[in-house]
Design a protein around this ligand. Sequence first.
Ligand code: MTE
Length: 320
Amino acid sequence: MYIGKPSDIKPSEITDRKVYQQRRRFLGVAGVSAAGLAAAAALPGLLSASRGVHAQARLAAAYQSPFNTKEALTPYKDVTTYNNFYEFGVGKSDPAELAASLKPHPWTVTVDGACASPGAYHLEDFIKPHALGDYVYRHRCVEAWSMVIPWVGFPLAEVIKRARPTGAAKFVQFTTLLDPKMFPGQRFPVLDWPYTEGLRMDEALHPLTLLAVGLYGEVLPNQNGAPLRLVVPWKYGFKSIKSIVRISFVEQQPITTWMRAVPSRYGFYSNVNPDVDTVPWSQRYERRIGNLFKQKTLMFNGYGAQVAHLYAGMNLAKDY
Ligand code: MTE
């Protein structure tokens, strides 16, 4: 990872995978992606450089996930202007229009609960730059639209191992920052703030599960959950909680924000499942943003080979 000069290829010019790959080659030619270790020293600079909706700081992560999809990337513009982030309003364009009020630096992440090494970390200490990698994953919203997003991040498992959970830790709970000044939507009782989510411990430890700090090789734009958000690609997008300030190890299955809001519609697991509708949305097909025709939705969002075993013996129509 490396902090380069502001790119001469603007994010807005990046429209497809080909352009992105050309850009990655540019980074490679510049010796950037090989500079993982040098980046450790530069991380605080990068983080402070990432203010604003269109961050200029670049994250070059050398590691490529073996689970990366080769499907066409969703254009940067769509990834960053068609969002769900109710802390800024319920409209798809609200986050991009209003997210400048979020100040992602300085930022503290607290790790607590049933673990031997709890702690409160400045983001700079929390992120291990050498662990950053490129993860090109499908992203499927319960509203039946989908994207393919090139994330920059690291496995959540890294954080869990560092925290040394005790035997009582059966689930991991995540909490978004509560701050109505930064998040104007929190002034309205649209949801029970702060937004929370949860995973079972084996889901949280799965190598597909990420903490993302960037996308398209750049620091995460505010509207996508700066400075740190979860990515769980085999589950509906609402599990991927944004702007995380707390990661807690708990014994009981947590009640998540959406379970509390609409218990009949949202379960704890929320695995992408074309056979179980989520009224009012059928989950059989999805609209890949940018494509004309709908496409069939895949069980576990196409990650069945990696995750189906986690749910062996469970009835996923009941445990949705
Ligand atoms: N996290 C917080 N804190 N607040 C939210 O409203 N929306 C969720 C999820 N994470 C949400 C959140 C939903 S419904 C989806 S589909 C994804 O974020 C959208 O992520 P994206 O905007 O990066 O595509």
